[in-house]
Design a binder for this molecule. Structure first.
Ligand SMILES: [Zn+2]
Length: 259
């Protein structure tokens, strides 16, 4: 595992472990440093100049967003934008791609969470495969689970769009893997999503999806709406719809943590 502070590689060689990451993260929190762990490359990036994630996230270098609150301080959230890179996910009738919608919503969600004090890990922050282009589905999902588990996050949220052969299918569903905390998280997020988006409530339900089954923390997979439904395709592709989706997931997280 390499450690890079302000672009300088530290002359230490450590085996990647949750212990080291947790130590570095709590140290960074105390010192107000930004920290980001790239699990695929086994590199820890630390930015001592600001508390926002460091320069490998170019769109955020100048981020001077006002803080909304500190109510999520000390909470770590791993957000997983479904699909990406060589895997577009489902495709809408007008050609919109699930991978673009999930990334946009996840980036907005990260902003809301960070503005309220949370530490956020994204499994991807651009249009790319998390493991490598052309990887098998298992390798790709495994890479996402690894990032979540190594991040030591308190909760995991995978963002997806639903799709079905009939364009009439519509609505929002949030999946969990059956443990009490995941059920509670799924319920809060689902409630906020349907009330804000005005979509049909398909409920929070059990499912055995890889990313919620193998993650160590309370974990949910959100199917925000149906990209195969013409109205919901527009909702998912619109700035307004994406903001509402991100806001509702954020509100659900706040309710889950009771902060
Ligand atoms: Zn999907």
């Amino acid at each position: 595992m390499r450690i890079i502070i302000d672009g300088q590689r530290m002359p230490v060689q450590a085996r990647a472990s949750k212990d080291i990451l947790v130590t570095l993260k709590s140290m960074s929190k105390i010192l107000g440093w930004g920290i980001f762990y790239d699990a695929a490359k086994e590199v820890v990036y630390i930015n001592s100049k600001s508390s926002s994630p460091p320069s490998i996230l170019p769109d955020r270098q100048t981020a001077a967003e006002p803080i909304e609150s500190t109510r999520l301080l000390g909470k770590t959230v791993c957000v997983d934008p479904g699909h990406g890179g060589s895997d577009s996910g489902a495709v809408g009738a007008t050609g919109t791609l699930e991978k673009d919608n999930t990334l946009a919503i996840s980036l907005l969600l990260r902003d809301r969470l960070e503005k309220n004090g949370a530490t956020v890990f994204l499994t991807r922050d651009s249009d790319k495969d998390v493991s490598y282009p052309g990887s098998t589905a298992d390798e790709e999902l495994g890479a996402r689970v690894d990032i979540a588990n190594e991040s030591g996050a308190d909760i995991f949220i995978s963002v997806h769009n639903d799709a079905f052969t009939s364009p009439a299918a519509a609505g929002t569903t949030t999946f969990h893997y059956g443990d009490a905390e995941s059920i509670r998280l799924a319920g809060q997020v689902q409630k906020c999503l349907v009330s804000e988006l005005g979509t049909r409530d398909r409920g929070s339900r059990f499912a055995s999806f890889y990313v919620i089954r193998y993650t160590d923390m309370p974990a949910i997979l959100v199917e925000v709406a149906f990209i195969s439904n013409p109205e919901e395709e527009m909702l998912l592709a619109s700035v307004d719809g994406r903001c509402k989706a991100a806001d509702s997931i954020f509100q659900g997280v706040v309710k889950y943590f009771k902060v």
